[in-house]
Design a protein around this ligand. Sequence first.
Ligand code: NCD
Length: 326
Amino acid sequence: MEKLHHLIKAEQLTPSIVAELLTDAENFNQSFKAGVRNFENLKGVTVCSLFYEESTRTRFSFERAALLLGANVISTENAAKFSSAAKGESLEHTIKVISGAAQNHLGYADIIVLRHPENDAAERAARVSWVPIINAGSGSNEHPTQALLDAYTFQKLLGRLDHFTISFIGDLKFSRVVSSEAVLLSQCPGVKMFFVAPQGLEIRPELKSYLSQKGGEFEEASDIKAVVQDSDICYVVRVQKNRIKDSELLLTYQRNKDNFAVTDEVYKMSEQKGTFFCHPMPVDEEEQEIRQEIENLPRVKMLEQAGYGVPVRMAILAKVWQNQKI
Ligand code: NCD
């Protein structure tokens, strides 16, 4: 089986690697539930969380996962401002120093968890790093660890990771979560995908060609109500205001936003199918793509999803470290 050294993109998450990581995650989850707190997989290891973009769940769940595994954590929550990037340093230099490119035993960290606004950042980092790089979100193209924790969530909800229908709803153009998720699921048998996006924020053509090449079954639609009754999972994402430059796109979305929101009506329509509603969070409080009046109902699963970030990221950290030692 291929070995995970760096985790840069969802394409690396082949069915066998996914199966292995999800089994490990489930074991961590169950042990933790049973009260085990002294995992030692990363004893003596230092994990650096290097975040050039804002984050709540990803950074904290990675740090929590690392601490639970016995690692030490060094961290900057705003590397764009508080690292030497603000003085004009290249990402490559930063990574070389932290990973110990000159004298490997004198690097500052043994694993680097990186979030960065540029699409190719994790790849560039991996090219010069002496230690594993884990991509915690790069620009609008990749977020493989979120894709994996979502896969874990689907498996928990449906009891399987094949033969189901998922609808992705919202800004599919700029959502790195949806890109990674669709790539991961295109490797699972019998997964049908619907893509439902506001005008101008449709799934990118290169992702569509990738999915077609892989034989992925997908269809596009323009309203959540047209697909919800056929969906085992509705996966909703926010409109990425932090990445959208064209204000017209936002206005068009805002005029039609009921077509892309989980409302009381949508929830009721899906009663019979038993559709689960997932969201990577954050939900945009102003747009409420999952309406507040239904967010606490039993088939809305975003908080469970966020919790699964811990065991899944424990599995990833433990795996890359184990592979590093071999
Ligand atoms: C996502 C991200 O950063 O891409 N957040 C997360 O990691 N849970 C989703 C988003 O920002 O919309």
